[in-house]
Design a protein around this ligand. Sequence first.
Ligand SMILES: Cc1cc2nc3c(=O)[nH]c(=O)nc-3n(C[C@H](O)[C@H](O)[C@H](O)COP(=O)(O)O)c2cc1C
Length: 229
Amino acid sequence: MHTETTATMVDTVIRSRKTVRAFRSGAVPRPQLVEILEMARTAPSTFNTQPWRVHLLAGGAKRALSEAILQVHAANTSAPFAPFPQPPPPDCGARLDDFGRRYYATPGIDRADMAARARQTGRNFLFFDAPVGLIFTIDAALTKHSWLDYGLFLQNLMLAAQARGLATCPQVSFVRYQSIIAEHLGLAPEEAVVCGMSLGYADEQAAVNQLEMPREPLEGFTRWLGFDD
Ligand SMILES: Cc1cc2nc3c(=O)[nH]c(=O)nc-3n(C[C@H](O)[C@H](O)[C@H](O)COP(=O)(O)O)c2cc1C
């Protein structure tokens, strides 16, 4: 199992995954979705508690949720949404700014044009035209360790999709519309939306999919202690 070929293959899948925000319309066969979820569920979790619940949407069900959210989104573009503390820690804040500059530059949006930004944000709720929309929920009573577990599950899912020629966009944007989603999907009272995700085949030509997000070099976030002893 620990061969160079395996490492190369795994590295290739990890490196080639990137967030896709424009999809082709081709449907994803259901057995392939099952395969991807089978891989996702192998994720480790604290005391093996497996806190994930996945709601898969396609066709009319996906359209209906999109319409319900977009109706509210269009009417109230300035609804408060704060996935980060204000102000964020300086290093995260700088990267957040950098993201904003790159993200709005790609589809040619002026960052000061709030209406254009809201329209672009609205594309989230169409799942960027992906054939499959996913909504991930967790029991709201669970705390940070379980949310950490969730991240591992999501990365497993995205990599399993990537390895099968599919693309994804994880989407915190949906959290803003928890109550609409709860009503629409008939969520249990304890279910909190963790995020959504668009899944399908990437539109490779789309301008928005040319965005390449940089990463900090190792020196930016590591300390090596005792290695030179
Ligand atoms: C938990 C999570 C939530 C995200 N939410 C959104 C979102 O709502 N909309 C969006 O367009 N991108 C979203 N992203 C994508 C990030 O912007 C993206 O991962 C980051 O800029 C790095 O780019 P890359 O994924 O292409 O490497 C999210 C990513 C994660 C991990």
